[in-house]
Design a protein around this ligand. Structure first.
Ligand code: 3PG
Length: 395
């Protein structure tokens, strides 16, 4: 069900669970992508005359109020983006929250303090989470689930509350689910998946789920070195997960059996260390010197990957090709991202680091079909799991 199925919302208290878990430097938001992504649903609700209560978490506080994790910077940014006052309640479900909600007029927006200031939010105990959900539900008439980045969490504000209030998926959750369903259920071919990031152990579930269905699997980033090691090559000082080499050998065999092209970097940018002024070299991926680390894919790999993407009709990209945050090692991620964005067809960017890379490298976000706001949530969808925050909306 979508917001349109909730009937007339004028004067109704609508509690929105958003994912506003943004990176902060002090109290400055360094990437406001998730705040921006929350705006259309909130605006739709205010325009319908609802009294909107925004709930979210920030970081992982230990179940007690902690000024370091206050949502104050997020409420300020949301105010700016919406062009209207967003008052932040003094607490999450206590007197402060009740006062803030009682003061709302039609079309107003208030935000509750960090949900994780209350230990019941993330409790493993059903009754504890249930009591938190009941407190949240008492503040509202309707629940809108729009925090895609948290739908993999069985938490009070994501899961239990939907069992207590009439509910719907917000526009962001609906768009995310649609984008992932399209690529997972009925991908147009050729279907190419590009995986990167530092650790292969973070991507085992994704590889397992997709390796037999994709046409090509391109592997870059730190995880590529465990693949090179599985093929018998030395990787110098590069990141290597020795305990995953056998698993990766299994993937190489499965890909060959399924007729899936598994493509690894042919050259890498190496340096002694990760530094802005690092002295870099490009070497063959099969000849990484003992005393160097591979920190990005090289230009020949970029050309190879670009070629493998050129005729793709569906691309899923998850994980950077190198240490893109540091200038000498950003080119691989930038070039592959551009190639993904130029695909004629559907291009989905899994959230987390790859979405951050698109923004930090100043790439055109509109050139992609979809950039996910979810990190763990998008990975779990790609792993083929069903997510509690989504299944509860269907029930
Ligand atoms: C995320 O950043 O992936 C989400 O906000 C979930 O945060 P969590 O991993 O702390 O639950």
């Amino acid at each position: 069900k979508g917001i349109g199925d909730l009937g007339d919302l004028r004067g109704r208290r609508v509690l929105v669970r958003a994912d506003l878990n943004v990176p902060l430097d002090g109290d400055t938001i360094t990437d406001d992508g998730r705040v921006k992504a929350s705006v259309p649903t909130i605006r739709r609700l205010t325009e319908a005359g609802a009294r909107v209560i925004v709930t979210a978490h920030l970081g992982r506080p230990k179940g007690v109020p902690d000024a370091k994790y206050s949502l104050a910077p997020v409420a300020r940014r949301l105010s700016e983006l919406l062009g209207q006052q967003v008052g932040l309640a003094a607490d999450t479900v206590g007197e402060g929250a009740q006062k803030a909600v009682a003061a709302l007029s039609d079309g107003d927006v208030a935000m509750l303090e960090n949900l994780r200031f209350d230990p019941r939010e993330t409790s493993k105990d059903d009754a504890e989470r249930g009591s938190m959900a009941a407190d949240l539900a008492a503040l509202a008439d309707v629940f809108v689930s729009d925090g895609f980045g948290v739908v993999h969490r069985k938490q009070a504000s994501v899961y239990d509350i939907a069992q207590r209030l009439p509910h719907a998926a917000g526009g962001l959750v609906a768009a995310e689910v649609e984008a992932f369903s399209k690529v997972l259920d009925a991908p147009e071919r050729p279907y190419v998946v590009v995986l990167g990031g530092s650790k292969v152990s973070d991507k085992l579930g994704v590889i397992d789920n997709l390796i037999d269905t994709v046409d090509r699997l391109l592997i870059g980033g730190g995880m590529a070195f465990t693949f090179l090691a599985a093929q018998g090559y030395g990787v110098g000082g590069s990141l290597l997960e020795a305990d995953q080499v056998d698993t990766v050998k299994g993937y190489l065999a499965r890909a060959a059996e399924a007729g899936v092209e598994l493509v690894l970097p042919v050259d890498v940018v190496v340096a002694e260390d990760i530094a802005e002024d690092a002295v870099t070299d490009v070497v063959q991926a099969t000849a990484i010197p003992q005393d160097r680390k591979g920190l990005d894919i090289g230009p020949a790999s970029v050309d190879l990957f670009r070629g493998k993407l050129a005729d793709a009709r569906t691309v899923v990209w998850n994980g950077p090709m190198g240490v893109f945050e540091v200038a000498p090692f950003a080119a691989g991620t930038r070039e592959v991202a551009v190639a993904v964005s130029q695909v004629e067809g559907t291009s989905v960017v899994g959230g987390g680091d790859s979405a951050a890379a698109v923004r930090q490298l100043g790439l055109d976000e509109d050139a992609f079909t979809h950039i996910s706001t979810g990190g763990g949530a998008s990975l779990e969808l790609l792993e083929g799991k069903s997510l509690p925050g989504l299944t509860v909306l269907d029930d």
